[in-house]
Design a protein around this ligand. Structure first.
Ligand code: S3P
Length: 427
């Protein structure tokens, strides 16, 4: 148990939010599959992204880390080497699912293992669509450990069953190694970093105007690039909420990625009456902006399925905004939360009830009656080993006078190792 930081009179200052997790994973993977060097600035040195770095090192790729910069010495699609032992995925769903797509088309076999949480998460959502290309991913009842027997793959024309950028990206990586172009159709648009980054590395991925159909042209020759990773809006989200909810606050979040497949939280906050200004917008490559957040009185909102992919990782902290807003909010169509690092619907409900929040658990989301006046029922909070639950509860702690404790605080290192230091600097 560790005591959380205690409640401030207002939050003030600037935060350079750490690099985007999704982009950090992908730049290592694409750099490895390219020819030449990929030089990365503002890489996210968190446990999850280091799982990707270590996995590619185990596949024979030289990756240097010099003064906070990362240099990937690309080997091309044919240059990966069979690993000498199991590939350790740690807690990282993104590493696991994307690498399955990459390894499916190689000429060797690999075994993937992960921690307890990752070993409970569904992997058949990747192995089954990959099988339509002739891939052989043998899971343990749909979970890790899994063996990927690399094969020559053929093209696919696949209608996705879940709205998941990880599944889509696994299919894209496999389709790049197939003999003919593949078509992947999404239910709802999900984050498009794999597609945009692949094209920056020299690939030829075509996305339809409605963003739902992706054509992957195979066998590209990718060339290494220099990339500065934008700040992660999913990490910025905790400071957005803190700035809105702690009275008398104004915070500047610098150089945050505002790719429109990720900015659902900005739309929700605006609908709820929150004051966020975008400044210094830069649209060369992945779009970026400084976000200036000012304390606001929020009103309730309704969030349904079609909006979920653009804010999937922000839903725990959005639920906290709803818990403070005037009126009744609903979040529905978010059943994917049940298969994240923990069952986030159950974890949020359990922890919010301890805080005295009026929340009702639904199979696919929540109903939350917002209030400025919570009566804390238990001071013993728990992150459930989930970084985003831990950070959500740390923001909640700023709003109550009761002394709270948070078990599993260290889980923030999955995506934001310096979270508590950055928060303390604003107080
Ligand atoms: C991610 C996609 C999302 C997200 C995860 C990162 C990615 O997962 O929740 O944190 O980088 O592709 P799903 O694809 O399971 O929705």
């Amino acid at each position: 148990m560790t005591t959380l930081v205690k409640t401030p009179k207002g939050l003030h200052g600037e935060v350079l939010v750490p690099g985007d997790k999704s982009i950090s994973h992908r730049v290592i993977m694409l750099g490895a599959l390219s020819e030449g060097e990929t030089k990365i600035n503002h890489f996210l040195f968190s446990d999850d992204c280091l799982s990707t770095v270590n996995a590619f090192r185990d596949l024979g790729v030289k990756i240097d880390i010099i003064d906070e910069h990362v240099i990937v010495h690309g080997v091309g699609f044919n240059g990966l080497e069979a690993p000498k032992h199991e590939l350790q995925m740690g807690n990282s769903g993104t590493t696991t699912r994307l690498i399955m797509g990459i390894l499916s088309g190689q000429n060797f076999s690999s075994e993937l293992i992960g921690d307890d949480s990752l070993s409970k998460r569904p992997m058949n959502r990747v192995s089954e669509p990959l099988a339509t290309m002739g891939a052989e991913v043998i899971t343990t009842d749909g979970h890790l450990p899994a063996i990927v027997n690399g094969k020559q793959l053929h093209s696919t024309n696949y209608q996705m069953k879940v709205a998941s950028a990880q599944v889509k990206s696994a299919l894209i990586f496999a389709a790049l190694q197939a003999n003919e172009p593949s078509i992947i159709r999404e239910k709802l648009p999900t984050r498009n970093h794999t597609e945009t980054m692949l094209n920056a590395f020299g690939g030829k991925i075509v996305t339809s105007e409605d963003q739902l159909t992706i054509t992957v042209n195979p066998q590209p020759r990718l060339k290494g690039i220099d990339l500065t990773v934008p700040g992660d809006i999913s990490s910025a989200a905790f400071f957005i909420a803190a700035g809105l909810l702690v009275p008398n606050s104004q915070i500047r979040l610098q150089r945050v990625g505002i790719n429109e497949t990720r900015t659902g939280i900005l739309d929700v906050v605006k609908r709820m009456g929150g004051n966020i200004q975008l400044e210094n917008i830069n649209r060369d490559g992945e779009p970026l902006a400084d976000l200036v957040v000012t304390s606001s009185q929020l009103t309730a909102t309704d969030i349904s399925a079609e909006k979920i992919p653009a804010m999937i990782d922000e839903l725990p902290i959005i639920a906290l905004l709803c818990a403070r807003a005037a009126g009744t909010s609903t979040i529905s169509g978010a059943e994917e939360l049940r298969v994240k690092e923990t069952d986030r619907i159950a974890a949020i409900t359990e922890e919010f009830k301890k805080l005295g929040i009026d929340i009702t658990e639904k199979s696919d989301g929540f109903v939350i009656n917002g209030s400025q006046d919570w009566h804390v029922e238990s001071s013993q909070l728990n992150s459930h080993g989930d970084h985003r639950i831990g950070m959500t509860l740390a923001v909640a702690d700023l709003l109550v006078d009761t002394h709270l404790e948070l078990a599993g605080k260290e889980s923030v290192s999955i995506s934001y190792p310096d979270f508590f230091d950055d928060l303390a600097r604003l107080i």
